[in-house]
Write a protein that binds this ligand. Sequence first.
Ligand SMILES: NC(=O)c1ccc[n+]([C@@H]2O[C@H](COP(=O)([O-])OP(=O)(O)OC[C@H]3O[C@@H](n4cnc5c(N)ncnc54)[C@H](OP(=O)(O)O)[C@@H]3O)[C@@H](O)[C@H]2O)c1
Ligand SMILES: *[C@@H]1O[C@H](CO)[C@@H](O)[C@H](O)[C@H]1NC(C)=O
Length: 321
Amino acid sequence: MTWLDFFCHPLWVVSTALLAAVVRLQRRPRWDPRTCDVRLTGKTAIVTGANTGIGKFIALDFARRGARVILACRSETRGTAALHEIRAKTGNLDVHLRLVDLSCMDSVREFAGRILKEEKALHILVNNAGVSGLPKEITKDGFEASFATNHLGPFLLTNLLLDLMKSSSPSRIVTVSSVNHKKGEVDFSHFHGENLVYCMDQVYNHTKLHNIICTNELARRIKETGITANSVHPGVVMTEVLRHYPRWIRWSFNIIGFFFFKSPEEGAVSPIYCAVAEELEGVTGKYFHSDCSLVLPAPLARDAALAVKDFEVCERLTSKL
Ligand SMILES: NC(=O)c1ccc[n+]([C@@H]2O[C@H](COP(=O)([O-])OP(=O)(O)OC[C@H]3O[C@@H](n4cnc5c(N)ncnc54)[C@H](OP(=O)(O)O)[C@@H]3O)[C@@H](O)[C@H]2O)c1
Ligand SMILES: *[C@@H]1O[C@H](CO)[C@@H](O)[C@H](O)[C@H]1NC(C)=O
């Protein structure tokens, strides 16, 4: 029997399909956006990285619920394509594209400045954009590129939009982190690209840990303002997230993923849950799993003293002084 015969054998095919079905049933979230009738008419939402992957389905859901949706994307071409798609699919014409490169602090300041000038309110901010597997690179601000994109840019953006969100409260900040944060560590020299190993997603894992730490500290700082801030793991999702990886890794991911991983639409469920579910009103400083359950993040993400320090370091790094 050749390998091909083996893999095409009906028994093999049937058992794989059965296993995949069980996996799918198992990972069904305990909340379904399709049966949640929350409307967002009169609300404004920003979704970063909304042109593809998870972000596009988050934006699509908000548009369906009648929100004014701002797609915060870095590419005009890719952003415009998503804009047209979302408008066509939902019939909501109050969807707009604004350009921002989260790895560049000046671009974040410019974007936030325009939002503050043009928008009367902001009720939902989803920090979704993120990269994995970027090669080592230092940005013109002097930051390691993955840390700038995944953490410092979104951190600055959130802080710059805070007053607008306060005046629009109740409002919600949702940060798309990852279960990978559990393997992350905190070392402030990482922000400048020191002491990093570019292997096995290590850099990504660190950035996703900072996401949760700073979201929790933000939640503590803004407790009485009517803004909530939570982090969420979307699951393992078939998106373009591996675009910087070698082809063989992407192919294996896609083949296995076809059976076992989530679609981008399924990956959007837990972030949407955090942004709209009524039962989460007032819930803040928490971390949610991809099945929408409230879970504890890693111990480092629960260290309050570390959070104070991390937040201060990030504030200093992103301040203009
Ligand atoms: N996929 C997974 O299995 C998984 C698991 C856990 C967590 N996550 C998290 O989920 C979030 C969404 O990822 P995804 O899987 O949907 O990935 P994706 O398909 O690669 O989408 C990432 C989005 O982020 C945008 N982006 C990247 N760098 C940017 C920058 N410098 N400025 C502005 N936007 C930028 C991308 O824009 P362009 O298209 O223009 O590049 C794209 O819209 C990320 O935070 C990721 O860490 C994903
Ligand atoms: C990053 O996290 C992933 C998922 O938890 C893990 O497989 C990988 O080994 C981690 N990388 C490092 C260097 O710890």
